[in-house]
Design a protein around this ligand. Structure first.
Ligand code: CAA
Length: 239
């Protein structure tokens, strides 16, 4: 039985990924940073243990992953899913808005992957999936911080894929489009309607549709797929 760890795993896309992994027979742990109530509800409903720390904090990541590995065994699958937004036009963006998003969405990917990569390498198996975004591919007004961090994840994916390949450690990115989660629901309704009008399939995506893509990428059968960016956006943007 393999062990999977999903960051930001108690809500939205992360929760869908965690439960899909559990249903596919993985031992699963999730990390979360802030919402204790949602985490308690998630843990009760799914039986998946939720561990609290901020992925923006390197030492907290080292401690958190060590605890999970003591509880469940070495991490075979890491899904870097946790992410935040601080949407604001650039001329009004503060340095705090910039740093908060880059610290979680990009530095968090380093902080987490760094804890597990050497072990995966030495065990000759690993699957790392980075949940980037359509807005890392196309850019998005109001998201200079988020788009930069999400594009950074794609570069990180391509570089690390080259390092992991010889050791059967694959590193891939998924770029979800607009998915029906709390994050997208926080976009002002009038703006959200405009966005949905730009999606050829005519609706927001479901978190489960991203989870299914993750299941494929982490499977043993996907060993020849690494460094890729899987685009799952309802046709909103073609790369
Ligand atoms: N698509 C189309 N039009 C958009 C847009 C978008 N994503 N974002 C803003 N606009 C439009 C607005 O509708 C508005 O147009 P009108 O003047 O014709 O009404 C114009 O741009 C200016 O927007 P606001 O009046 O809202 O200006 P503001 O300064 O109050 O706020 C903003 C600007 C912060 C960018 C706000 O519009 C906003 O939050 N937009 C959403 C940005 C976005 O798409 N965020 C993605 C969040 S979900 C996510 O990040 C997950 C993921 O990976 C996809």
């Amino acid at each position: 039985m393999k062990t999977g760890l999903v960051t930001g795993g108690t809500r939205g896309i992360g929760a869908a990924i965690a439960t899909a992994l559990r249903d596919a027979g993985y031992r699963v742990a999730v990390n979360y940073a802030g919402n204790d109530e949602a985490a308690a509800r998630f843990a009760e409903e799914t039986g998946i243990a939720a561990y609290k720390w901020s992925i923006a904090d390197y030492d907290a990541c080292a401690e958190g992953v060590a605890k999970i590995e003591a509880d469940l065994g070495p991490v075979d699958v890491l899904v870097n899913n946790a992410g935040i937004t601080r949407d604001v036009m650039f001329h009004k963006m503060t340095v705090e808005d910039w740093r908060a998003v880059v610290d979680v969405n990009l530095n968090g990917v380093f902080n987490m992957t760094h804890q597990v990569f050497a072990g995966m390498r030495s065990r000759r198996f690993g699957r790392i999936v980075n949940i980037s975004s359509i807005n890392g591919q196309k850019g998005q007004m109001g998201q200079a911080n988020y788009s930069a961090a999400k594009a950074g994840e794609i570069g990180f994916t391509k570089a690390l894929a080259q390092e992991g390949a010889r050791f059967n450690v694959t590193v891939n990115a998924i770029c979800p489009g607009y998915i029906a989660t709390d994050m997208v629901m926080a976009v002002p309704e009038a703006v959200r309607e405009k966005i949905i009008a730009q999606i050829p399939v005519g609706r927001l995506g479901e978190a489960s549709e991203i989870a299914r893509s993750v299941l494929f990428l982490v499977s043993d059968e996907a060993g020849f797929m690494t460094g890729s960016t899987l685009t799952v956006n309802g046709g909103q943007y073609f790369v």
